[in-house]
Write a protein that binds this ligand. Structure first.
Ligand code: SF4
Length: 245
């Protein structure tokens, strides 16, 4: 598809789904992506509550195949690996795992140290670029529709998102089926459908990224306050979903 065709499709679908409820729009959007694009649609999962809910919709409620992939940065919590395994077994799927280029990681660590991300925003971005962005670009090769578990209310950086968008940085249609969902909606879906989830979510970790860049939050704190907590809130994205070229 050309860029113009993707932009036109995004406008058409946003208009078509505008009146649907949060649940209806999510299920309709996921079904449309899988049935229309098949293996040219892909869910990127970080095994969050949200991504697990979308995985469940894809695996159980939609006929057809779709790719589901995750990025192993090399700095993940062990609970993430356990959850990948449990999810694969539960749904009879094999989540694709993409790793960073080892030579780039090696050179970065040699130059800047193993925990460089604490030293400056620039070095934190360098680490995210090498461990996440480059593998993501590889994973998205040949993908027309990139499915995410993002929600509008998750962050001050996500207030203008739409259920379906054209992502200029990756020349891909980005589908955010849970855009309208609240955190409570997601947890309710996961629990009532018996979806495997990370028990860390019940121990003060609503948003889980790499182990050294994630801390538990206190009651009342913003749900993403535990991600890169030493930085200014409006800079707290890894770049996976915030690149504007
Ligand atoms: S979240 Fe932290 S450890 Fe993970 S890639 Fe980014 S800077 Fe590196």
């Amino acid at each position: 598809m050309t860029k113009e065709q993707k932009i036109a499709l995004v406008a058409e679908k946003n208009a078509e789904w505008a009146g649907l409820s949060a649940l209806e729009s999510a299920q309709t959007a996921v079904r449309w992506a899988v049935e229309t694009f098949g293996l040219r649609a892909a869910l990127s999962t970080s095994l969050s509550y949200e991504d697990q809910a979308v995985t469940d919709m894809i695996a159980r409620q939609v006929k057809g195949s779709v790719r589901i992939f995750t990025l192993d940065t090399g700095r993940m919590f062990s609970q993430i690996y356990d959850l990948i395994d449990r999810t694969n077994r539960r749904y009879g799927i094999r989540i694709e795992v993409f790793f960073p280029d080892y030579a780039k990681v090696q050179e970065m660590v040699r130059q800047h140290g193993i925990n460089l991300f604490y030293d400056s925003v620039e070095l934190r971005h360098l680490c995210c670029d090498i461990r996440k962005i480059e593998p993501l670009k590889r994973a998205l090769k040949g993908v027309d529709v990139w499915i995410t578990g993002l929600r509008r209310s998750q962050s001050v950086t996500r207030t203008d998102m739409q259920i379906i968008e054209y992502d200029t940085a990756d020349d891909v249609i980005k589908l955010n089926p849970l855009m309208l969902w609240s955190e409570a909606d997601v947890i309710d879906y996961v629990k009532s459908n018996n979806v495997p989830y990370n028990k860390m979510h019940e121990q003060g970790y609503p948003s889980i990224g790499c182990q050294p860049c994630t801390r538990a939050i206190n009651p009342g704190e913003d749900i993403r306050a535990g991600r890169w907590w030493w930085e200014n809130p409006d800079k707290r994205e890894c770049g996976l979903h915030s690149r504007k070229h």
